[in-house]
Design a protein around this ligand. Sequence first.
Ligand SMILES: [Zn+2]
Length: 83
Amino acid sequence: MEEIVRSLVMVLMRGSEYQMICKCPKCEADIMALTLNSVPSHYVTSSFGREAAYEQLNTKENLEWINKRIIRAIHVVSKYPKH
Ligand SMILES: [Zn+2]
């Protein structure tokens, strides 16, 4: 899950829709952490488990669901930045 969230955060933060938001490592880490606290973790212990979890999570509906949570985190962090 963390890997998926990280790649979606990178895509969203670099997209044209969020040009105005701060892209410093602090804000990016806060957006990551806020999002990860609102989604199930899906810990795995092997590369096979990683593949299986990825397969399960990598659906259009699920990625849209995660994107919504990232967008919410982007709004929170840009409203209350730690700097
Ligand atoms: Zn920042």
